[in-house]
Design a protein around this ligand. Structure first.
Ligand code: FAD
Length: 324
């Protein structure tokens, strides 16, 4: 699979930007906030919630955080004015995590406080493994400042994830809320599973551990084995749509959330699976990115994990594998 991805990547530099824009329209709402609001409005009949992400490039100075701070403020205001059920997702490095921890904590604290005024939840996306520790530290510091509307992401592929789940459960108790995904970054075999089956098993285990620790769990995968295993884990524990969470202790009930878990999907990926889950009563959430730097962002993601190029190509060549 990665070989195909690499071949596609080799042609990327000579592929017209307009063509890449055409392809990416399925996965990125557009370059402006208005595009994100429009796409969420267009999807209003799909019975789903959203988490909105502002795309951007790496920043190298604290000055570079300013456009993100401004845009997330605009985004939070726009969501609170609308009747759209949306949270926000953000990358802590866009707020200076790599440059000045205290500055990043202060700016994130302001964003999380503002979001809380409108019952908007803030998810700290997880970047590559060099940021796992500092992102967890930021989340714990935000929580100890009294912010309850903030959660993090853990990546099934990392060996450390099981310990991190215990750490979060201990630090946040009934307010612990994690998104669990495979992890998009290709990590070394010293610290992560690298084979498909191992990653699937580890991600499935992480979902089970999080459920057993009484956490609110965002199951973020389009992969059938993970979704099916999660459905089975939920059923075994009696956690079902429209029923109160039987776990003791159960996660705290929060605005805009389901009863203890939700399924999360990327915009444009396996919409048919998402709609099926929603029609069976499960809360679903679409991760919806927008931003002026969609091109730089998409190219960087593809370089980091050329396997994605193959998934995108597969959606075009074999549309039945990934229905919108
Ligand atoms: P895969 O086996 O990769 O995908 C299953 C099938 O879904 C594929 O065969 C294909 O048909 C389709 N598919 C999946 N992805 C794509 C795609 N991009 N384009 C086209 N088709 C696709 N990773 C992080 O490291 N940090 C995060 O904070 C993070 N947040 C996420 C938030 C959400 C809501 C989701 C859904 C994923 C997030 N990820 C994050 C990415 C995640 O870690 C995986 O890399 C990604 O979801 C692909 O893994 P999969 O479990 O869907 O399985």
């Amino acid at each position: 699979m990665n070989l195909f991805g690499r071949v596609i990547m080799a042609f990327m530099p000579i592929t017209p930007k307009a063509f890449i824009r055409f392809i990416s329209r399925r996965y990125v709402a557009g370059s402006e906030l208005e595009d994100a609001l429009r796409v969420m409005d267009e999807m209003s009949s799909e019975n789903t919630s959203f988490t909105v992400d502002v795309l951007g490039e790496d920043i190298s100075t604290l000055e570079g955080t300013k456009p993100f701070i401004e845009e997330y403020n605009r985004l939070i205001e726009a969501i609170s004015r609308s009747d759209i059920d949306a949270h926000v997702s953000l990358k802590p490095t866009a707020f200076g995590l790599d440059i000045d921890y205290k500055y990043a904590l202060k700016t994130l604290s302001d964003i999380v406080r503002k979001a809380n005024e409108s019952d908007i939840y803030v998810r700290l996306d997880m970047e590559d493994s060099t940021h796992t520790e500092s992102t967890l530290n930021i989340m714990e510091d935000l929580y100890s400042e009294g912010h309850l509307n903030v959660g993090v992401v853990l990546q099934g592929r990392l060996f450390r994830t099981k310990d991190d789940l215990l750490r979060i459960a201990e630090a946040m108790g009934e307010h612990a809320d994690v998104r669990i995904c495979k992890g998009i970054y290709l990590e070394s075999s010293d610290i992560a599973y690298t084979g498909y089956s191992d990653i699937v098993n580890a991600t499935t285990d992480a979902v089970e551990i999080a459920l057993d620790l009484g956490m609110y769990v965002g199951i973020a995968s389009h992969d059938h084995p993970i979704i099916n295993a999660a459905l089975e884990s939920l059923q075994t524990r009696g956690i079902m749509p429209e029923k109160s969470d039987p776990r003791n202790p159960a996660p705290a009930v929060k605005p805009g959330k389901g009863g203890g878990y939700e399924f999360q999907f990327l915009l444009g990926v396996r919409g048919d699976v998402r709609r099926r889950l929603a029609s069976n009563g499960h809360l679903t959430r679409v991760y919806l990115p927008y931003g002026k730097q969609w091109y730089e962002y998409s190219m960087r993601r593809l370089r980091e994990n050329p396997g994605i190029a193959w998934l995108v190509a597969k959606s075009i060549i074999m549309p039945w594998t990934n229905r919108r």
